[in-house]
Design a protein around this ligand. Structure first.
Ligand SMILES: [Zn+2]
Length: 93
């Protein structure tokens, strides 16, 4: 019998199916990264999720504070973020 945490249920309930993989990935990453700073590769692994949340009108700073924090201190990842945001925005239109 698999153990589903309350967190997991809260996250997946009411989310459009499009988001299921995203949330699963986020939860997996967050469980690895809570309470410490991200490395660049960890930040970049979360970057597409972060940007997707941004484009969806969510609050990535609240949902992924670790990434937001990393973006504040790491110009390299900030550049990566800006580039990704630009690409995905173009995709949308
Ligand atoms: Zn970085």
């Amino acid at each position: 019998m698999p153990i589903a945490t309350n967190d997991m249920n809260a996250f997946s309930k009411g989310q459009p199916s499009h988001h299921h993989n995203l949330w699963r990935k986020l939860l997996r990453m967050l469980s690895l990264t809570r309470e410490r700073e991200l490395t660049c590769s960890e930040a970049q692994e979360l970057m597409d999720s972060y940007v997707e949340l941004e484009l969806a009108g969510e609050n990535p700073q609240t949902i992924l504070p670790e990434v937001a924090q990393h973006l504040r201190i790491c110009p390299e990842c900030r550049e990566e973020h800006d580039a990704l945001l630009k690409i995905l925005k173009m995709d949308e239109g």
